[in-house]
Write a protein that binds this ligand. Structure first.
Ligand code: ADP
Length: 251
C-alpha cells in the first residue's frame, strides 16, 4: 500500500543508507504512478468532449433530415473529428517518448530549420521574422524534434501575437538557443512553468476554442528534455510571451 516505508535501523549505518535509498525509490515510484493516473484521467476527459460533440451533432442530423442543416452539422463534426485526431496524435507521440523510444540525434542546423518553419506559416499570419542571425547554428537533436518545436512555438505565437513575432537563434560555445518572442498578452509568471504540463492551459476557453489540444508545449518540452536540453517561458521585450529552447551544440 502507498505511503509505507522501511524503518531506518539506528545502529547500522549501511543498512540505514540502504533503507533510506529504498524509501526514496518508493516515493519516486508513487509520484510516477500519481502522474500517470492524473494523465490518464485528463486524457480521457479531453477525448470525451469532441466525441460527445460528434455524437450529439450526428444524432441531430439523423433526426432532422434537412439538407442545409446537415451540411452545417457535417462541418462541425469534421472540425471535432480533426481535434480528436490531433489529440490522439499528440497522445501517441508522448506515449512513444514515455516508452523511451529515442531515435539517434545528429547535428541539425537551426537557422535553415527556422527559415523553413517561417515559410510554412499560413497566409494571413502575423508578421514573423528571423533576427540577428550570423552563420550556421547546429543543435544536437533530430530534424523531427526541431520541426516539432518550431511549429508548435510558432503556432502559439501566431495565435496570440498582436502583429509581431521575432525568432532568434544564438550560438554559445557548448550550447545553442532558439528564442521565439511575440507581442501578445504574454503568460503571467505563476503559469510559466505549468504551461509545459500536459493539458495545462492559462485560459482554457480561448485556446480550446481555437482548436488547441493543450499538448503542444508538453510535446516541445519532452522533445527537448530527452536530449538534455531545456525549455523556458518568460516575457518578451515587447511584453508578450518569450519561449526559449536550449540544446547541446551539435558541432
Ligand atoms: P494549446 O494547444 O492549448 O495551445 P499548448 O501546450 O501549446 O496548448 O499551450 C498551453 C497554454 O499555454 C495555452 O493554452 C496558452 O494558455 C499558453 N500559451 C502558449 N503559448 C502562448 C503565447 N505565445 N502567448 C500566450 N499564452 C501562450
Amino acid at each position: 500500500p502507498s505511503g509505507e516505508r522501511l524503518p531506518l535501523p539506528e545502529a547500522h549505518d549501511e543498512l540505514r543508507a540502504l533503507a533510506t535509498e529504498f524509501n526514496a525509490l518508493l516515493s519516486r515510484q508513487e509520484e510516477a504512478n500519481d502522474r500517470l493516473r492524473r494523465f490518464t484521467g485528463d486524457a480521457a476527459h479531453e477525448l470525451r468532449s469532441p466525441v460527445a460533440s460528434i455524437r450529439v451533432q450526428a444524432e441531430v442530423a439523423v433526426a432532422n433530415p434537412d439538407p442545409e442543416l446537415s451540411q452545417e452539422t457535417l462541418v462541425d463534426i469534421l472540425t471535432e473529428a480533426e481535434r480528436l485526431s490531433a489529440l490522439l496524435d499528440g497522445l501517441l507521440s508522448l506515449a512513444r517518448s514515455d516508452a523511451g523510444e529515442l531515435p539517434p540525434a545528429e547535428p541539425v542546423e537551426l537557422v535553415s530549420e527556422a527559415r523553413a518553419a517561417l515559410d510554412r506559416l499560413p497566409a494571413g499570419s502575423p508578421d514573423a521574422r528571423l533576427s540577428g542571425v550570423t552563420g550556421q547554428v547546429w543543435a544536437w537533436a533530430t530534424h523531427a524534434e526541431v520541426e516539432l518545436v518550431l511549429s508548435n512555438l510558432l503556432r502559439n505565437a501566431c495565435r496570440y501575437a498582436e502583429g509581431q513575432i521575432v525568432v532568434s537563434v544564438l550560438a554559445r560555445p557548448s550550447m545553442v538557443r532558439l528564442v521565439v518572442d511575440d507581442d501578445g498578452p504574454g503568460i503571467p509568471p505563476e503559469h510559466r512553468e505549468r504551461v509545459f504540463d500536459r493539458f495545462y492551459r492559462v485560459s482554457g476557453d480561448r485556446a480550446r476554442a481555437s482548436g488547441g489540444t493543450g499538448l503542444g508545449l508538453a510535446m516541445v518540452a519532452e522533445a527537448v528534455r530527452r536530449r538534455g536540453g531545456q525549455v523556458q517561458a518568460g516575457e518578451s521585450p515587447e511584453g508578450g510571451a518569450r519561449f526559449q529552447v536550449t540544446w547541446r551544440a551539435g558541432r
